[in-house]
Structures are given as structure tokens and as C-alpha cells.
Ligand binder design. Structure first.
Ligand SMILES: Nc1nc2c(c(=O)[nH]1)N[C@H]1C(S)=C(S)[C@@H](COP(=O)(O)O)O[C@H]1N2
Ligand SMILES: [Mo]
Length: 235
């Protein structure tokens, strides 16, 4: 863990359920099956039902940095390194084309972004299914999420359902406005968004934290209530 936070970040005691406002009321349709689909520039598309089965598991403590400037320290994630999944599952079973160095990531709630393959293969990037000693909650991305601590939170796609390999020239779809998604979003370089400087976006985003966190928390509480009323059968 770093003693200092990256530029422009402030420590938060709460790990907010968070994202672009339109995802606040969306939840995964399959919250308990860690299944993944591999598509795009591959020789064989694959649908894996228990995507992490048989792979070496790791535990990692890392800080988490949202682009809107809040950071939480010391989260203990468990799962499988993306690099392990890539080498042991993607390459042998889906055979991506050598030029497919861009990866689009899709969540069950409709969120999507992309990462450079090289960034995904870093040692600290995980496909995580547990957090702080417990199975990942719906709030934090069940059944499976990406965790890429060196990149802003929006790259750590929750409820991950599809991984699509692409040629870099083809680009990728983003959930929100394009300027809000930096292709790499490295926290140390303050790559908060495209075109606008990172330090400037600090001041644009900071005022939105409170209302966004509260909208996400309210939606989660309402979902809980709904489950209570229908005896667990609600989605
Ligand atoms: N599927 C999905 N993934 C997502 C989001 C989202 O709304 N939906 N929000 C992103 C943003 S902006 C952040 S900061 C983190 C928040 O993770 P948390 O809700 O577990 O705290 O998830 C990221 N991944
Ligand atoms: Mo975020």
C-alpha cells in the first residue's frame, strides 16, 4: 500500500457502490454464476460457465481509486490473475488473433469500457470473486469483476460478463460520454479522461460524489427491500 495517494485523490472511509448515475438502478441478471463469454477477434468464441475453475487463486491487498477523486485503501481481493486466465484459458481455448491487443469489457448491467491487453496482463489485475474474506456482494460486482488498481475505477468493470478481443484500430464502445473514458486511465499519470487535463476533471467530478454515492446506495437499499418482500425471488 502506498503511503501517499495518487495526484488529486482523497481518502474515503467508505467503499461506495458507485458508477455513472444510469447504472445505479441496474443489477446483474445472473448474480451468482461466474460465467464469461469470450468474443471478438478469436478463432473460437467461448462461453465458460465457471470461468475461474481450475486456475491458481491469489489474494491481493490494493487501494481503489475512483476517477471522481475518492480512494479507498487496503481492499483485500481474491480471485485469479487476468494474466493466468489469459494464458491458461483464453489463448489455448479461444486463440485470439495476434493483432487483438485491445480488450473490450462488458458488465451485466450494460457498462462497458476497454483496456489495452498489456495493461490487463499486469501482475495486479485480477478477475475477483471475493472481497475482504467474503464472496463478492452485488454492490461490489458479483458474481465476478475486474480489479485493475493502477487504473481509475471505471476500468474495474463489475458483474463482468463478456470479454471481447479487438484490433486497436476498431476502438471500443464506452458506457458514457467518450471524453470521460481514457483508453488507459492510469492513476499515477492522472489520465482521468480523453482530451481534458486530469487536474481539471478533478474539479468537475468532485461535486458529484455525494449525490452519486447516495443514489447508488438508495437503489441498493430499495433492491434489498424488494427481495425481502418477495422472499428472495426478485432479481
Ligand atoms: N458494471 C459496472 N462496473 C462498474 C461501474 C458500474 O456502474 N457498472 N462503475 C465503475 C466505477 S465509476 C467505479 S468507481 C467502480 C466502483 O466500484 P464499487 O461500486 O464496487 O465501489 O466500479 C466501476 N465498474
Ligand atoms: Mo468511478
Amino acid at each position: 500500500m502506498n503511503a501517499l495517494l495518487p495526484p488529486g485523490q482523497r481518502e474515503s472511509d467508505t467503499f461506495h457502490r458507485f458508477g455513472q448515475p444510469r447504472f445505479a438502478e441496474r443489477f446483474p441478471s445472473e448474480p451468482s454464476g461466474p460465467s464469461l463469454t469470450i468474443t471478438g477477434a478469436v478463432s473460437r468464441e467461448r462461453h465458460l460457465v465457471r470461468a475461474l475453475d481450475g486456475l491458481s487463486r491469489v489474494e491481493q491487498i490494493s487501494d481503489f481509486h475512483c476517477v471522481t477523486t475518492w480512494s479507498v485503501r487496503g481492499l483485500r481481493w481474491e480471485g485469479v490473475r487476468f494474466a493466468e486466465f489469459y494464458a491458461r484459458v483464453v489463448v489455448p481455448h479461444a486463440a485470439p488473433s495476434p493483432g487483438a491487443t485491445l480488450v473490450a469489457l462488458y458488465g451485466q448491467d450494460g457498462a462497458c469500457t476497454g483496456m489495452v491487453l498489456e495493461d490487463l496482463l499486469a501482475d495486479d489485475v485480477l478477475l475477483a470473486d471475493r472481497l475482504n474474506g467474503e464472496p463478492l456482494s452485488i454492490d461490489h460486482g458479483a458474481p465476478l469483476r475486474l480489479v485493475a488498481p493502477a487504473h481509475y475505477g471505471y476500468k474495474s468493470v463489475k458483474h463482468l460478463s463478456r470479454i471481447e478481443f479487438r484490433e486497436p484500430a476498431s476502438g471500443y464502445r464506452v458506457s458514457g460520454l467518450r471524453f470521460m473514458d481514457h483508453p488507459r486511465a492510469r492513476v499515477v499519470l492522472e489520465e482521468r479522461g480523453r482530451s481534458l487535463p486530469g487536474w481539471f476533471l478533478r474539479f468537475v467530478y468532485r461535486p458529484l460524489i455525494r449525490t452519486t454515492a447516495s443514489r447508488f446506495a438508495k437503489a441498493a437499499a430499495k433492491r434489498q427491500e424488494g427481495i425481502g418482500m418477495t422472499d428472495g425471488s426478485a432479481t
